[in-house]
Design a protein around this ligand. Sequence first.
Ligand code: F6R
Length: 257
Amino acid sequence: MNIEILPDAGAAAARAAALVADTVRANPRAVLGLATGGTMLPVYAELVRRHQAGTLSLAGVTSFNLDEYVGLSADHPASYHRVMAEALVARTDLRPEAVHLPRGDAPEAEAEARAYEARIAAAGGIDLQLLGLGANGHIGFNEPGSPHGSRTRTVELDEATRTANRRFFAVGTDVPRQAITMGIGTILDARACLLVATGPAKAPAVAAMLEGRIGPRCPASALRTHPRVTVLLDRAAAAELSHPEAFETRIDDSAVA
Ligand code: F6R
């Protein structure tokens, strides 16, 4: 596991975008696993900046998002379909038909989850999976207690997750209680993973992920069993690690295109 602690959230996002860009430059037809949430927005803004500067093309990329809320249609303002459409598709050359998310309004959510898993396999699997981290240690919407071998399925969201994500919903609208998420096993099948966690609210989950027991209490701890994982933290998110100095890395920003 490669762990880098950067000065702040902006530096972590820039570094994440640089690693995504490296992957796409090495393989313009890469299959990317994408995440949503507040942590990812500056990462996508940085990818957009690179695209506009003419140094990054996503035209050959295929993407699969981690998750979607059950019950939300693609045009719902808080759906992850909308987030991806606005943050990346509208502002880069990523082809809309190459962007995949589970359909939240599918008539049979479980059947949609199984079909989504099959679509990932049919695309040849994921080259690089981007991940955020829940304050409760979740990855995707695999809440504590999720089996490490779990596959794409319908899950109940923890109250803590619904509360944390209320900020993305209009006042007066309810946060869905269920989501379709890639499983932990699905995530671990990616050839490489890149997790980004920033801000003090993530510090306990970061410590549990990296220094706690590997097990269902902290879903993200499963990443320690994967051979190719990079974890990007800012100083605030790293604050509860017992020996953060062991991980501190200096990134030469002049090398980042
Ligand atoms: C979103 C997802 C979640 C988020 C996590 C962190 O697609 O899968 O695991 O990455 O909840 O969200 P933020 O970045 O909003 O703190």
